[in-house]
Design a binder for this molecule. Structure first.
Ligand code: AMP
Length: 954
């Protein structure tokens, strides 16, 4: 027990009240009959006796057993209650057995009464008997029979009673004798506290317990020195002085780490940057801390840290210059290539930037290049060591400087960036293509064509060449016109005909490239209309644009239809859902303002007397899970599992606990764990479900490693898929589908359970609950941005498939969660477990498609598993060549009894017998009864069929 027992010795100095009033006087003045005997010792006497160890002690005694109607009161002094709300009175006394007293008649008693009276007045002299409230009648466990002063046989009784004292500053206690032979040896009055304690680095003060035996006092802790709140620290002080349910806590501040129950500073050479870091760490390379309590280590001289570098990272340096810069000039382009710096400074974020200078002479009198120069892939922030610089001027001197930078290049004191440079001269080059051509003055036989000079003429333009042809003719026959100017009149054209024009320029370096095609149409007008050519060209472009748009739309449509082998049917099933308003939809119990109403709506209240608990079978989040029996009136007794909510729970815990029942109570499916009812009217709260003899699937499989046939494993998976289909049809997302949350009964039927996690995650989208996400089972989009859907349940289902086929192996073995997330993000998927049929692994891979729309639905999974069960031959292929699952759906497999199927279940030799007996389809065979088989076939067929049947109804 954590609680301390507080003794209040001062207030227990017993005084006979008669001392203050005078014993004899009082007797005279306060006759018993008038009931004002509060301070009266009456017939109580203060007597010294020897205890068992022969030490003299003072007692109060009374022994008026011969006279009738005794009413002798003995009262304590006023006892301050000092903040206590419930006090305990421990009385030690001896009591004489009436039978051992000679000559007593019916007047002798063997009990006395304990009373209390609350008061603010510490010196009340007269208190009415009626103002005392009775605590209890106290009887002795043991009485004694003789009193022999020399050799006494004294039997000391100890009795404790507790009283709620909450209304006044203190109280009086009183003992009423009604004719017994008693000696009061000691009285101890105390109250209980939960003692000062430190839990999760928060100090909880010495706390007086509550007024009632069941009340909890909520106490807020304060963080110990050098620590800060992680989450409000809270605990409850129980009535018996024990601390219960610690919640939240503190973390040592940066620079401090937890030692014992305190926060101690990091010593020199160590640091702690964040309160959430587990402890002080050694300074990273090239850094040091000289003082205690460092939150970061300082870099050695010449080393730096960028703003983005975490304190745990080594201090680093800027890179040295890039090396071996080479340039290759190609007309007006230059390819620059270099090798990385010799020293990267301990970092991996080196990037390069290029400075381009245009110079009058090679390497001298330089100015920055204009913005028309192109750098591919870019001019700055380069991660590669190669750049193509194009659109340079012909016959021009350039200097290129390549700078190497990293995250600390800009740190103060880091100095200038290191660089390497090269000077080049570009060659002569043909002009760039003409980019804009227009037609004006269009008539039925002619048009005027004009264009702009190329962006980069690369010299003096000597001539332009225009090539044109009828569009329909393609380039089979074309005409060429040459001109020195930037326009030309084209004549001799056919009316209402579309022509294609290309223009190119020539310099001393030769012809440049032809421009892109420009299309213009002649019209039927004998004379030009202003702007007509432009319009027709625009029209043409518009028409072809619309055509292209139509083509793109068609392509998008076709691609989207072909994109996923699952999406079509998925869409169908979604449509189906909308068309089917009768589908029952799950109601989130957390949408109820009053959680008890949800329980009332979805779960049956069970009378606790109808439950018989037998043994503990597991440990749940809220308390023990037991097995037992339930007998409801008018029904057969059944085995059940009983989950109970451990004592000292908070409102939230109660709500969360009962929410599982409110969810479960809405489901009714053979592969979903069935709720029998709840006990909420008395404590502990209980949730009663059907009993699953083989417990959770993961441990069950581990226990029976390698003992099932593939078809049995597929049967289990079918059951789980069927349950999940039911849940998804009800719009319920499970979020924690894993083999540990599947229960198995004695018939190997698997049922989905554990409906507790869904809410916890939804309530708090912040990172606080990240640790509660079962990373290995959860789809990437659900981990990254909490997108929990039926498709993320499908991902988890794929993991369950893997767990089942590998007999309970841990997914991703002992990789840590971070590595699992990284690996999955990078496309890694669990390999096929040993002896896993290829089709099953392919189905797993389908469930783990990155795009959730690409994953199958539970309905599709179910269909697929059904086909596998009907066609077990497909399951024989393991490992080796990959092949796309292609389950024949022909009549033989769908409805007939193929030889392969019969062979796989060991019944191929009965094929003819079965056919002769009219069993031509699988369904008719599965419908066979024991009676029928007894006549038609031997027991072997029947038991084989039974196992197939069991698979089917999983
Ligand atoms: P849970 O709180 O649902 O995770 O349950 C904890 C453990 O109790 C499970 O892992 C099972 O071993 C066991 N358990 C829970 N419910 C049942 C049940 N209906 N039948 C048998 N065992 C159960």
């Amino acid at each position: 027990m954590d609680g301390a027992v507080k003794v209040e010795p001062a207030s227990l100095v017993w005084k006979c009240a008669s001392r203050s009033l005078g014993f004899a006087t009082n007797l005279n003045h306060c006759p018993l009959s008038n009931n004002i005997n509060a301070c009266v010792c009456s017939k109580w006497e203060e007597v010294s006796i020897m205890d068992e160890k022969n030490i003299p002690i003072r007692t109060y005694q009374v022994c008026n057993v011969l006279e009738p109607n005794q009413n002798n009161w003995l009262r304590t002094d006023w006892i301050p209650r000092s903040g206590a709300q419930r006090v305990y009175v421990e009385v030690k006394f001896t009591l004489r057995d009436c039978n051992s007293l000679p000559g007593v008649t019916g007047t002798c008693k063997e009990t006395f009464n304990l009373y209390y009276h609350e008061s603010n007045e510490d010196r009340e002299s007269y208190i009415k008997e009626s103002s005392f409230i009775k605590v209890d009648t106290v009887a002795a466990d043991e009485s004694f029979t003789q009193v022999d002063v020399g050799d006494r046989i004294m039997k000391l009784n100890t009795e404790v009673r507790d009283v709620k004292v909450t209304t006044r500053k203190g109280f009086y206690l009183a003992f009423q004798d009604v004719g017994a032979c008693i000696a009061l040896v000691s009285v101890r009055v105390f109250y209980k506290t939960c003692p000062l304690t430190i839990r999760n680095l928060a100090t909880f003060p010495d706390t007086v317990t509550g007024a009632d035996t069941s009340s909890l006092v909520e106490v807020r802790g304060s963080c110990v020195n050098q620590s800060e709140e992680r989450e409000e620290p809270k605990m409850y002080c129980g009535a018996d002085g024990e601390w219960l349910v610690p919640i939240g806590g503190c973390l040592c501040s940066p620079g401090y780490e937890e030692k014992g129950s305190a926060c101690k500073s990091c010593t020199a050479g160590f640091y702690k940057a964040k309160s959430s870091d587990p402890g002080c760490s050694k300074c990273p390379p090239h850094s040091h801390s000289l003082r205690d309590a460092a939150t970061v280590c300082d870099c050695h001289s010449g080393y730096f840290r960028s703003d983005a570098d975490p304190p745990s990272m080594a201090c680093t340096q800027p890179p040295s210059a890039p090396q071996q810069l080479i340039s290759v000039v190609n007309e007006t382009s230059v390819v620059l290539e270099w090798t990385p710096p010799r020293r990267l400074g301990g970092r991996s974020d080196t990037s390069y930037s290029l400075e381009c200078l245009i110079c009058q002479t090679a390497g001298r009198l330089c100015l920055p290049c204009g913005s028309d120069v192109l750098f591919s892939p870019s001019q700055t922030g380069l991660k590669t060591t190669k750049v193509v610089v194009s659109e340079l001027r012909a016959h021009t001197h350039y200097t290129f400087i390549v700078h190497a930078r990293n995250g600390v290049s800009l740190a103060s004191g880091a100095g200038a960036t290191q660089s390497v440079s090269v000077s080049v001269t570009t060659n002569q080059a043909a002009p760039s293509p003409v980019s804009f051509v227009q037609a004006t003055d269009v008539t039925r036989h002619s048009l005027s064509l004009s264009w702009q000079q190329p962006d980069r003429p690369n010299g003096v333009i000597l001539e332009y060449e225009v090539k044109f042809y009828e569009k329909d003719q393609k380039e089979r026959s074309y005409r060429i016109m040459r001109t020195f100017s930037q326009s030309v009149d084209v004549t001799g054209l056919s009316p209402l005909t579309v022509y294609v024009f290309h223009v190119r320029a020539r310099t001393a370096a030769g012809y440049g490239e032809f421009s892109a095609p420009f299309e213009f149409s002649t019209n039927s007008d004998p004379f030009p209309l202003i702007g007509e050519g432009v319009n027709s060209a625009f029209l043409l472009l518009s028409v072809s644009g619309v055509g292209i748009l139509l083509l793109i739309s068609a392509a998008v449509f076709i691609i989207s239809r072909r994109r996923s082998k699952y999406s079509k049917t998925k869409q169908d099933s979604e449509e189906e859902k909308h068309l089917n308003p009768g589908v029952k939809i799950y109601v989130d119990p957390f949408t109820y303002e009053d959680p008890d109403q949800a329980i009332h709506d979805f779960a049956k209240e069970i009378d606790v007397s109808s439950i018989h608990i037998e043994k503990v079978i597991g440990m749940g989040e809220f308390g023990e899970v037991c097995s037992g029996r339930l007998r409801v009136q008018g029904k057969r007794e059944i085995y059940v599992a009983i989950k109970s909510l451990k004592a000292g729970y908070s409102d939230k815990q109660r709500r969360d606990f009962l929410s599982e029942a409110s969810i479960m109570g809405q489901f009714d499916h053979p592969n979903i764990i069935r709720l029998e009812g709840v006990v909420t009217r008395c404590k502990p709260l209980m949730i009663i479900t059907e009993y699953m003899e083989n417990g959770s699937l993961d441990s069950f499989l581990r226990k029976h490693d390698g003992q099932f046939t593939v078809i049995q494993l597929v049967g289990m998976l079918r059951g789980i898929a069927s349950g999940m289909k039911y849940l998804s049809d009800m719009n319920y997302v499970h979020r924690d589908l894993a083999a540990r949350n599947i229960l198995v009964n004695s018939n190997l039927v698997c049922k989905v359970s554990d409906f507790g996690l869904s809410r916890v995650l939804e309530d708090d989208p912040e990172a606080a609950y990240t640790t509660r996400i079962p990373i290995r089972w959860t789809a990437p989009e659900a981990i990254t941005y909490r997108k929990f859907t039926t498709s993320s349940d499908v991902w988890s289902y794929g993991i369950v498939m893997w767990e089942v086929v590998s007999y309970g192996e841990r997914p991703y073995w002992d990789m840590n969660n971070q590595d699992v997330m990284k690996a999955v993000e990078e496309g890694y998927r669990l390999p096929a477990p040993m002896d896993c049929p290829v089709v099953l692994h392919q189905l797993m891979l389908d469930c783990w498609e990155r795009e959730r729309a690409e994953r199958p639905t539970f309905s599709q999974i179910l269909n697929m598993l059904d086909k596998l069960i009907r066609n077990p031959g497909t399951l024989r292929r393991t490992g080796g060549d990959r092949y796309i699952m292609d389950i024949p759906t022909g009549s033989m497999l769908e409805s007939g009894l193929g030889p392969e199927w019969l062979q796989s279940i060991g019944l191929e030799r009965y094929r003819d017998t079965l056919a002769a007996a009219g069993y031509t389809s699988l369904d008719s065979l599965l419908g066979i009864t024991h009676h029928q088989t007894a006549h038609a076939f031997n027991q072997q067929i029947y038991s084989q069929l039974q196992s197939v049947n069991a698979m089917k109804c999983f």
